[in-house]
Design a protein around this ligand. Structure first.
Ligand SMILES: Nc1ccc(Br)nc1
Length: 445
C-alpha cells in the first residue's frame, strides 16, 4: 500500500493558494513525510486486506474494540531502550498534556481492560485494526505510520491461548493464498533466555534489557550484540552462553542444555503438540533466537517470516503476563500479536497473489436528454432501494458513457430515452453479452 515517494507535485490555485498556500501561493499536495494517501485503488486493496483480518477475527470469535490513536505519553514510557519508545511521535497538546500518536496497540488494550475492570468476564478475546505511528529521522526514508491488525487474549495463562493466536495467523495466510512453503512462523519463549540468565546468576533487572539487545540478532553483527551485552555488565562467559543457546533450533537440544522439566521447554512442547492438533505444525518451527523487541513479553514469542528471507517480519507477538501491573493494576495473563499492513502486501506482490482490485458497479443509468434527468433519478432511486449499486451519469456524450461502463465494469447500462419513456419503457443493455431490450420502468429489477 505504501506507494513510492510521491512526485513533488504542487498545486497553485491562484486565490485559493494565497489563503492556504505558502508565500508564493503554492500548496504541497503530498501528505506529511512518511505517511500515505489511499486513493480509490489503494483503498480497495486496503479494504480487501482489512476484510480478511475481520473475517479471521470472526472465525476466531474475537470481539472488535477501538480506542483513540492519541494516547497519554505515560502509557509508553519504558526504560528498556526499545526502538519503539525511542521513536515516539510525542508532543505537548494545547492543554500542556504530554501525548503521543500511539506506536503500538497493546498498551491501549491493557488500559481498556483495566478501565473495564470487573465489568468484563475473562477470558477476553479482542481485536482491532488501527493506525500506529513512529517518529523516525527521515534519513532512512521509512514510513512513519502503518495499520496493524491486533488480536489479544486476556485471562488464559496456558499456551492454549498462543496456539489460538497462531491458528488465527495461519488462517489469515491461507485466506490470502499463502502457503507454509512461502511463510514460516518462528516460535520460542523468553523463558529460554530467563533460564540461561539464571544459569549465570544474572540479576532479574537485566532481563528486559538483554531481551531488547538480543532481539537485534540478525539486524546487527554478533560482535555488536556481544559488545552491547557486555556493556550491561554481563561476563563474557554469560554472553557466550546466551549466544550459544539462542542459536539453537531444536527443542531436544534445548532440553539437553537447559535440563528437563524447565518450564520453557514444557511450554514449547505443549504448543507444538497443539499445533499438530490444529493442523498447522508445518507452519511453525522452534528458533531460540526469537525474542521480539518489546520489553513486556514474558513467555512464548513468535514472528512470521518469508522463507526467501527478502522481507522484514510479517507479523509478531507473544505472551505478556505482567503488563497490567506496570500500569498499577492487578496482572491478568495476556498474549497477542500485531500484523502490519505493509510487509504482507509486499509479500503478496512477490507471490503474484494481489487480488483484482478493479471497480464493479451493477448499473449505469443515463438520461439521453436533459429533460429526462428526473425520470433517470427516480429509476436510480428504485434500483438502489433494491440493493443495486447505481452510477447516475449526466451531461456526458453516449460514447463516453460506454467507455465509462467498461472502466467501472458495470453489469448493465440503462438508457432513458424520449421514445421509450413516452411508452413507460427504458432500454437495458447487458454489457457482458451486448444483449439489448426494453423493460417497463416500473418492472426494472
Ligand atoms: N511501531 C511502529 C509504528 C509505525 C511504523 Br511505520 N512502524 C512501527
Amino acid at each position: 500500500l505504501f506507494s513510492s515517494a510521491a512526485s513533488s507535485s504542487t498545486l497553485t490555485h491562484g486565490d485559493a493558494a494565497s489563503t492556504h498556500g505558502d508565500a508564493d501561493g503554492v500548496v504541497d499536495v503530498n501528505p506529511p513525510r512518511g505517511t500515505r494517501d489511499f486513493p480509490p485503488e489503494d483503498m480497495r486493496l486496503r479494504t480487501w486486506l482489512f476484510d480478511q483480518f475481520r473475517e479471521v477475527s470472526r472465525l476466531m470469535a474475537f470481539e472488535e474494540v477501538d480506542f483513540p490513536v492519541l494516547e497519554s505519553e505515560a502509557l509508553f514510557i519504558r526504560k528498556a531502550g526499545e526502538e519503539i519508545t525511542q521513536q515516539l511521535y510525542n508532543f505537548e497538546d494545547k492543554g500542556g498534556r504530554r501525548v503521543v500518536l500511539r506506536p503500538e496497540i497493546t498498551p491501549s488494550l491493557a488500559r481498556l481492560v483495566i478501565k473495564q475492570g470487573k465489568s468484563v468476564s475473562l477470558p477476553l478475546k479482542w481485536f482491532t485494526i488501527g493506525q500506529c505511528w513512529r517518529y523516525e529521522r527521515m534519513t532512512r526514508g521509512r514510513r512513519r505510520e502503518h495499520y496493524q491488525w491486533n488480536m489479544d487474549i486476556f485471562g488464559v495463562p496456558k499456551v492454549r491461548a498462543e496456539a489460538e493466536l497462531l491458528h488465527a495467523i495461519v488462517l489469515l495466510f491461507q485466506r490470502l493464498g499463502i502457503t507454509s512453503s512461502d511463510v514460516g512462523i518462528r516460535v520460542s519463549s523468553r523463558k529460554v533466555l530467563q533460564a540461561v540468565l539464571n544459569m549465570y546468576y544474572i540479576p532479574e533487572h537485566l532481563f528486559t534489557e538483554v531481551c531488547v539487545i538480543v532481539d537485534k540478532l540478525g539486524k546487527m553483527t554478533r560482535e555488536e550484540i556481544e559488545k552491547e551485552l557486555v556493556s550491561t555488565g554481563l561476563s563474557s562467559e554469560a554472553v557466550q552462553g546466551i549466544i550459544n543457546v539462542l542459536s539453537l533450533k531444536s527443542l531436544s537440544k534445548l532440553e539437553e542444555v537447559l535440563g528437563s522439566g524447565v518450564e520453557a521447554v514444557a511450554d514449547l512442547k505443549k504448543l507444538f503438540s497443539f499445533a499438530e492438533q490444529y493442523g498447522y505444525a508445518d507452519w511453525i518451527c522452534f528458533d531460540a533466537s526469537v525474542v521480539r523487541g518489546l520489553a513486556y513479553y514474558t513467555g512464548i514469542v513468535f514472528e512470521a517470516f518469508d522463507r526467501e528471507g527478502k522481507l522484514r517480519a510479517i507479523c509478531g507477538g507473544g505472551r505478556y503476563d505482567r503488563l497490567l501491573s506496570t500500569f498499577g493494576s492487578e496482572d491478568i495473563p495476556a498474549c497477542g500479536f500485531g500484523f502490519g499492513d505493509a510487509v504482507i502486501v509486499e509479500l503478496l506482490k512477490e507471490k503474484g497473489l494481489l487480488p483484482d482490485m478493479s471497480r464493479q458497479i451493477d448499473d449505469i443509468v443515463f438520461p439521453l436528454d436533459e429533460e429526462l434527468e428526473g425520470p433517470a433519478s427516480s429509476i436510480a432511486s428504485s434500483l438502489r432501494k433494491k440493493g443495486r449499486s447505481v452510477d447516475l451519469v449526466e451531461d456526458k456524450r453516449l460514447k463516453w458513457v460506454f467507455k465509462h461502463a467498461e472502466r467501472i465494469n458495470a453489469s448493465r447500462l440503462i438508457l432513458v430515452g424520449n421514445s421509450e419513456w413516452e411508452r413507460g419503457m427504458v432500454r437495458v443493455k447487458i454489457l457482458s453479452t451486448r444483449e439489448e431490450f426494453e423493460v417497463k420502468a416500473g418492472e426494472l429489477e
